[in-house]
Design a protein around this ligand. Structure first.
Ligand code: IMP
Length: 195
């Protein structure tokens, strides 16, 4: 089965391609703009992006929207994570956290699936709890990976390989939910014919 992926983030594409392969899906990135509404709610952003992309390409596709939510910053940057990363970056977030003891945070991911044989857009969610490190560590991954330590680990996401990160990450959890749903519903939605 083939699924198109609307994303211009090569690292995200790489992580999702690994997850798709494990699910027997061929994931094909398409280079169209991901139209994003301004909302604090990831599901709303993903639903809208998938709807708009599907109207233009009319093929089975997914979009993934994610964000980092820091408890002591009242869940900032959340749905604004991409913008915050581009502006103040990892260093900026660490500065906001200077002297802050409560370093609890979580990542959330929403994958929205749209396809011609599907009634509406279907969403899948994943999240991972962890904490914000005192300083950046590691060179892998992307975005806030160097400062996020998932619960039960001492290493940051940036110190993990793709497979290890996917096994615990918000994105991995959301994609596995999508995979399970496709396996259970493939016949009903004729997903074998998706090309
Ligand atoms: P978007 O989903 O493309 O809007 O981007 C979400 C932003 O959240 C990214 O640009 C990153 O800054 C951050 N983010 C989301 N997922 C991850 C992750 O797995 N690791 C590190 N940063 C992430």
């Amino acid at each position: 089965m083939r699924l198109y992926l609307v994303s211009r983030n090569p690292k995200k594409v790489e992580e999702l391609a690994h997850l798709a392969k494990a699910c027997g899906i061929e994931l094909v990135p398409i280079d169209i703009p991901k139209v994003e509404i301004q909302s604090e709610i990831l599901v709303e952003v993903a639903l809208y992006s998938a709807t708009v992309a599907h109207l233009s390409v009319k093929r089975p596709l997914i979009v993934e929207d994610s964000g980092l939510f820091v408890k002591s910053l009242n869940m900032f940057p959340g749905a604004l994570s991409s913008y915050v990363y581009k502006t103040i970056g990892v260093r900026g977030v660490l500065k906001l956290m200077e002297g802050v003891e409560d370093r609890e945070a979580f990542f959330e991911s929403v994958i929205a699936l749209a396809a011609p044989t599907l009634d509406g857009v279907k969403t899948f969610r994943g999240s991972v709890r962890g904490r914000i490190a005192e300083e950046p560590r590691g060179t892998g991954g992307f975005g806030f990976d160097p400062i996020f330590v998932p619960e039960g680990y001492t290493t940051t996401f940036a110190e993990m390989g793709i497979e290890e990160k996917n096994a615990v990450s918000h994105r991995g959890m959301a994609f596995r939910a999508l995979c399970r749903w496709l396996l259970e519903n493939c016949e009903r939605i004729a997903c074998e014919g998706w090309t």
